[in-house]
Design a binder for this molecule. Structure first.
Ligand code: TRP
Ligand code: SF4
Length: 330
């Protein structure tokens, strides 16, 4: 149907450092996809600024931090195109073409807008940028002719709108932009330290590349199954945040040890947390060193970032010229 070789396009909205929820929800997936597809991965700071516009300077620092994290955890910046959104102005140019053909009603219906208006007003983010968020997202994808978009279930409404916008574009201008399909990926629900969904706004996160001491402190503060308030009472691992993390970081043998020990009160929560800590640390140690090395060599990191953004700009410019040809705007 489409003449395009499937190309993966995805992005992470940046407002803070990456946390382990971001990793298991998206980044880990990217790491796997890079072997199979030509991939474009964006650090979406313009999207971050829709709510974090008052701390632009901080966002700039997180852009670098996230770039370093992505490389440290296994995204290859040579094999893929990894870039920072605000460094590729073509996104905004295409955004405007899309904005004009997007009826207000389409945006008013988007759940992340419709259901969050009161909260947006309260947090001073009831703004045009936030309203038009999905239009920019559509431009992010189309500017690279992305045809596969790995997203979590929470992004399905945005992706559906992207498809509608692209359909309308193709219809109006006889364009041939691919209609992107979601690559819906099974993502485990990552609880935060308090058992609610991990989110920076709940202040319950573990950062992806936490230092060892903080990691320990945070794991020790995790909510456990309340049945085990007394050491001699057995518990139910499925009702415990610690176990949810064991499932991500521990071997089958360790998992068996947890389930047996917990349900028979054979182990205490302290031991169980210590094991988790050791397993998380084992997975974090090497990426942490790699990240530190990148951040300690700002010139090297800068040149990697610049090369990624340049690669993105070249591709985006080329596509945008084609888009303007379709629109008879050149
Ligand atoms: N909205 C996405 C999120 O919050 C981030 C994002 C921005 C994105 N642009 C994108 C994801 C383009 C996929 C494709 O997770
Ligand atoms: Fe949770 Fe482990 Fe304690 Fe069981 S033993 S309640 S799984 S921390």
């Amino acid at each position: 149907m489409s003449q395009f070789k499937p190309r993966v396009m995805s992005g992470a909205r940046t407002t803070h450092q990456l946390h382990v929820g971001n990793y298991w929800g998206a980044i880990r997936n990217w790491i796997q996809l890079q072997d199979q597809y030509e991939c474009f991965f964006g650090i979406m700071d313009l999207h971050g600024l829709t709510t974090a516009y008052k701390r632009a300077e901080e966002i700039k620092i997180y852009n670098r931090d996230i770039f370093a994290d992505l490389i440290a955890w296994g995204i290859d910046p040579e094999k893929n195109t990894v870039f920072i959104q605000s460094m590729v102005p073509e996104h905004i140019e295409l955004f405007m073409y899309f904005a004009n053909l997007t009826p207000m009603g389409w945006l008013e219906r988007v759940p992340t807008w419709k259901d969050a208006e009161e909260e947006a007003k309260a947090s001073d983010t009831h703004n045009l940028g936030r309203f038009s968020y999905p239009v920019l997202q559509a431009a992010d994808i189309a500017v690279y002719q992305g045809s596969l978009v790995p997203v979590g279930a929470d992004q399905m409404a945005h992706l559906e709108l992207t498809r509608e916008i692209i359909r309308r574009f193709n219809h109006l201008y006889k364009g041939k932009l691919p209609e992107p399909k979601p690559l819906l990926t099974e993502t485990p629900l990552i609880p935060g330290l308090d058992g609610r969904k991990m989110s920076k706004s709940y202040n319950n996160t573990i950062f992806l590349t936490e230092d060892e001491k903080t990691l320990k402190k945070k794991v020790n503060s995790m909510l456990t199954d309340s049945r085990r308030a007394l050491r001699e009472n057995p518990g139910v691992p499925e009702d415990c945040t610690v176990y949810a993390f064991h499932k991500l970081y521990s071997t089958p043998d360790d998992l068996k040890w947890v389930v047996e020990g917990c349900t028979t009160a054979g182990i205490g929560c302290g031991e169980c947390k210590a094991k988790l800590c050791a397993n998380m640390e084992a997975k974090t140690k090497i990426p942490r060193e790699k990240k530190k090395e990148l951040l300690n060599n700002p010139k090297t990191l800068d040149s990697i970032i610049e090369a990624g953004c340049e690669k993105a700009r070249m591709e985006a410019r080329k596509n945008l010229n084609t888009i303007k040809d379709w629109m008879k705007l050149r």
